[in-house]
Write a protein that binds this ligand. Structure first.
Ligand code: SF4
Ligand code: FES
Length: 374
């Protein structure tokens, strides 16, 4: 068997080796944490996704070992593969932070501010993105787009005004169901998700469009307006399902099951099953099994303590992570990484001087004396 070619890539000053053909986004996700760019349209489990929303833009400050010239423009990290010796800047680039704020502004041009009544609130990627990169006001003076309402059947509710046209639901229907009945109609400002003409989305597995939609454009009619996600208690559960993996998260309040979703990983994507396949769930598990008796409860779902869903939950009792003291323990086992080498940026704090060994209280003179001795 031929050996896999590995490329060295550096993202925000952290170097890793990844197989040739890996995208910058995937390489950054391997490093993890804030180094990974946000992604609104890319979805690793859906072939062909990505390249639509531009939230994942990064700066390539060195093209490769062979051709070290920087790339002239910011690139979409979900669609650009790494080269050997490539150097990428994400959160360490002012250009990227600026561009991302612009992308958020564009995404919000037509997006209604209905978070207070939107079922996706608390787990919406656009809400997170706006919180991190958005501005408090808008420069847009025109009327926002409105659409004729389309009924997608008894399970799925479409709010077209919230859609950011990421195409994830279209890929899901194409790749998971036996017949896609919805798609994006028209072009430009008129583009919209619709079925032609008025069909309902009821194929087996079509419910997964709810889980992949990064905003609240496609929501679960069986859960609609029933509760806020942060009041619910997520529990991992499974059942012996003849159609799908049967591995889900139940969103309970007391013993009542309000909602069933697939399990999601730290990137908000469907988690893999132990066999390494994406854990998509069928419509029966999602919409029809709403009693705790239908499920074998495994235990509380672990929710990041930074998520609003973890708010109001008592740590350790129902799935929130109890903060521990070491950085590694609260960072999914990853050691702290150096994002910026202070010695490159500043002449002070030379590595040869051990600040902890200077007897305090110290001032500039003490430091200079030590610096001369060093
Ligand atoms: S409905 Fe949701 S998943 Fe489908 S294109 Fe719009 S934002 Fe994307
Ligand atoms: S996630 Fe890369 S362009 Fe949308």
């Amino acid at each position: 068997m031929s050996e896999q070619t590995l490329f060295k890539v550096t993202v925000d000053n952290i170097t890793i080796e990844v197989p040739a053909g890996t995208t910058i986004l995937q390489a950054a996700r391997q490093i993890g944490g804030a180094v990974a760019p946000p992604a609104m349209c890319y979805y690793s489990k859906l072939e062909g996704s990505g390249g639509k929303c531009r939230t994942c833009l990064v700066e390539v400050s060195k093209g490769s070992e062979k051709d070290p010239r920087p790339m002239p423009k910011l690139v979409a990290s979900c669609r650009t593969t790494v080269m050997d010796g490539m150097e990428v800047k994400n959160i360490t680039s002012d250009k990227v932070i600026d561009a991302r704020a612009g992308v958020v502004e564009f995404l919000l041009l037509n997006h209604p501010l209905d978070c207070p009544i939107c079922d996706q609130a608390g787990e919406c990627h656009l809400q997170d993105l706006s919180f991190e990169h958005g501005k408090a006001d808008t420069r847009y003076e025109f009327q926002r787009r409105t659409f004729k309402k389309h009924d997608l059947g008894k399970h799925i509710q479409l709010h077209m005004t919230r859609c950011i046209l990421c195409y994830r639901c279209v890929f899901t229907a194409d790749q998971l169901t036996n017949k896609r009945v919805h798609g994006i109609l028209d072009r430009g400002d008129h583009s919209e998700i619709a079925t032609h003409i008025e069909k309902s989305l009821d194929n087996d597995f079509i419910g997964n469009v709810i889980d992949v939609c990064p905003v609240g454009a496609l929501t679960d009619k069986t859960f609609r307006f029933k509760n806020r996600v942060w009041f619910l208690k997520p529990m991992d559960a499974h059942r012996d399902c003849p159609t799908c993996s049967g591995r889900v998260t139940l969103w309970n309040r007391g013993d009542e099951v309000f909602r069933v979703t697939a399990r999601k990983d730290e990137w908000g994507e469907i988690e893999d099953t132990p066999e390494g396949k994406p854990g998509w769930i069928c419509n029966t598990c999602r919409f029809d099994k709403k009693h705790t008796n239908d499920w074998v409860i495994e235990g509380p779902r672990e929710i990041s303590r930074h998520s609003v869903i973890a708010q109001g939950h008592y740590a350790g009792n129902i799935g929130t992570t109890i903060p521990t003291e070491t950085f590694k323990a609260v960072n999914d086992g990853r050691a702290p990484h150096l994002l910026m080498d202070i010695h490159h940026e500043s002449e002070v704090n030379l590595p040869s001087i051990h600040l902890s060994e200077i007897e305090g209280p110290s001032n500039g003179t003490t430091f200079n004396n030590n610096s001369n001795n060093a």
